[in-house]
Design a protein around this ligand. Structure first.
Ligand SMILES: [Zn+2]
Ligand SMILES: [Zn+2]
Length: 188
């Protein structure tokens, strides 16, 4: 940390080559999300109680569930405040990303903005599953980001609450056209 002369008690880390604060953290430029999401815990323990804001925009692989996904091309906005309290690093903030999926009834492509609040903790060598581990002095935010987004993705999204779906007989999209085979109308 070379720029300790300014009086601010909080710092911002951005994932961008034009931002000097990113290099002051020793962040390496890498195509992998994992390296930009790894922070040295030492920096937090050195100044306990000091909040640091971490702002990163990154694509993450493998964010998909049965009905929807955040493709890696849809960048995840990570805005988290980290602070050391005793042996724990508290992490609070919000994640957001555009999800894409398919309406479970009419099968059209749909999507929306996923916004996930974060209130989690990291602790040295934690293995109880309740907090995230700090391993080798590194706070790896990727497992947290991945868990939070995966559990927030819609499993069975709908284009609208009242979506009428497709006729199982003729395949007509009943939101926009009449059933041609009589099956859908017979079921009503
Ligand atoms: Zn639909
Ligand atoms: Zn039909």
């Amino acid at each position: 940390m070379s720029n300790r002369s300014h009086p601010s008690r909080s710092e911002t880390l951005r994932d961008g080559s034009s931002d000097r604060s990113a290099t002051s953290w020793g962040a390496r430029r890498s195509p992998h999300a994992s390296s930009s999401l790894c922070l040295p815990a030492e920096a937090f323990w050195r100044e306990r109680g000091v909040h640091r804001q971490v702002v990163i925009r990154v694509g993450i692989d493998g964010l998909s569930c049965l009905g929807s996904a955040v493709p890696p091309s849809n960048l995840v906005d990570i805005s988290l405040g980290l602070v050391a309290e005793g042996v724990t690093i508290l992490v609070d903030g919000v994640l957001s990303a555009e999800w894409e999926g398919t309406c479970r009834r009419c099968l059209i492509e749909i999507g929306g903005l996923l916004t996930v609040p974060v209130h989690e903790m990291y602790r040295q060598d934690a293995d109880d599953g309740l907090v995230y581990p700090i391993t080798g002095g590194i706070i790896d935010l990727e497992p947290l980001v991945r868990d939070m987004l995966l559990t927030s993705l819609p499993l069975a999204p709908l284009c609208a609450e009242g979506c009428k779906g497709l006729c199982p007989g003729c395949g007509a999209d009943l939101n926009h056209e009449d059933c041609a085979c009589g099956l859908a109308s017979a079921r009503r």
